[in-house]
Design a protein around this ligand. Structure first.
Ligand code: MN
Length: 386
């Protein structure tokens, strides 16, 4: 017999993860119900999604689009709200079972905190939440007994490898990285790459922000920090290996030297679905690995001279406190500036490094400290860009 349908709230439903999550729901209508959809400003797609999935609640963060959304859905029994506060209230609604956090950047933090406090299962796609405030998130998750299930493909891979392992100690984890579109570019060439080039990722289809983060390897740096908090690891236990084919999604080495890996074609619908159905697996028609086609899986050491963001992320993690929050804030601002062609590719790392030395350091930050630190770091970063 099937369990009762799971009610899902999707934060960031119009983004890359959000639309793929809806595809998972679309293919499994007997298992999942879309209860709430939220988006930042892509109002047309949000309207389309609301008409198709008929959720209870729809929220647009940018209040400018409220009347358009309200009008378009006027004939349907859907509650329509706008603004950040409406999002944080929506995630607390009684009937919601799972909250998929797929918003971009720092904006994911406060809604996630609210969802944890309300005891909702978190399908965590917004890695910045753990990068910025991993310690607080873990404390809250423990206090409210809230499961946090990773959606990031590498962390889902680790999570899948952990199934059935009980308390068996982990020696190290190996996070794989595609290396992004600039893996083979020299330092000199990297000076001149454009945002248009950076937006062409070889293996994964993703939003603009994370695609730039992949090109600079900040994405991998964030994932190292994310792994530390998700799996309770020391920085020295987390290794990054460049694996350009993106078939091995990550690996664990246990204390007896045995290594487990999770493999598959790069398709985010799998980790999304696994977070929705954990610990069960569902039948899918997703593309399968053909080992005759991928008959060479290769591995390289990441080059932190060309991709300094990875080193900066390790540094921020070692320093701890609010430093990863500073790192993230500076990164969000420089990525935006790079996308608008205000700064070059390598300048992003230069500026982030500067901001890390200039921002105030807080060893044991509270939630309010994070809010302040985020603001301060953004301000300092903007001054550096001018
Ligand atoms: Mn990832």
């Amino acid at each position: 017999m099937l369990d009762k349908k799971k009610n899902i709230a999707i934060l960031g439903s119009t983004g890359s993860i959000g639309t793929q999550a809806l595809d998972v729901v679309r293919k499994n209508p007997d298992r999942f119900e879309v209860y709430a959809l939220t988006a930042n400003s892509s109002v047309d797609l949000l309207i389309e999604q609301a008409i198709e999935f008929q959720p209870e609640v729809v929220v647009i963060r940018n209040e400018r689009y409220y009347s358009q959304l309200k009008e378009a859905l006027a004939k349907l029994p859907i509650k329509v709200y706008a603004g950040m506060e409406a999002i944080t209230q929506t995630v607390e609604m009684e009937s919601i079972d799972i909250v998929l956090t797929a918003m971009v950047g720092y904006a994911g933090l406060q809604p996630t905190i609210h969802a944890i406090k309300a005891g909702k299962t978190i399908a965590l796609a917004n890695k910045e939440t753990l990068v910025v405030a991993g310690e607080i998130i873990n404390e809250l998750a423990q206090k409210y007994n809230t499961p946090i299930l990773p959606v990031d493909s590498e962390h889902s891979a680790i999570f899948q490898c952990l199934a059935g392992e009980g308390d068996n100690p982990i020696d190290r984890i190996i996070l794989t990285a595609s290396g992004g579109p600039f893996r083979k570019k020299s330092l000199e060439e990297l000076k001149h790459v454009t945002s248009k080039q950076a937006l062409k990722h070889p293996n994964w289809e993703m939003g603009a922000k994370i695609t730039i983060d992949s090109a600079t390897m900040m994405n991998k740096g964030f994932e190292v920090i994310e792994a530390k908090w998700l799996f309770g690891l020391k920085p020295s236990q987390i290794e990054v290996v460049v694996h350009p084919q993106s078939i091995i999604h990550s690996m664990i080495e246990f204390s007896d030297s045995s290594i487990k890996a999770q493999l598959g074609m790069p398709d985010m619908r799998l980790p999304i679905q696994y977070a929705f159905t954990y610990p069960d697996r569902l039948v899918t028609d997703f593309p399968r690995v053909d080992f005759m086609e991928f008959n060479k899986l290769t591995f390289e050491k990441p080059d932190v001279k060309r991709f300094r963001n990875l080193a900066l992320a390790y540094q921020a993690m070692e320093m701890g406190g609010n430093m990863p929050c500073v790192l993230n804030a500076a990164n969000e601002v420089v990525v935006d500036a790079f996308l608008k062609e205000k700064i070059g590719f390598l300048q992003m790392s230069d500026i982030i490094e500067n901001v890390m030395t200039k921002a105030s350091f807080v060893q044991k930050p509270s939630n309010e400290d994070y809010v302040q630190s985020n603001e301060e770091a953004r301000k300092i970063t903007l001054e550096q860009i001018k």
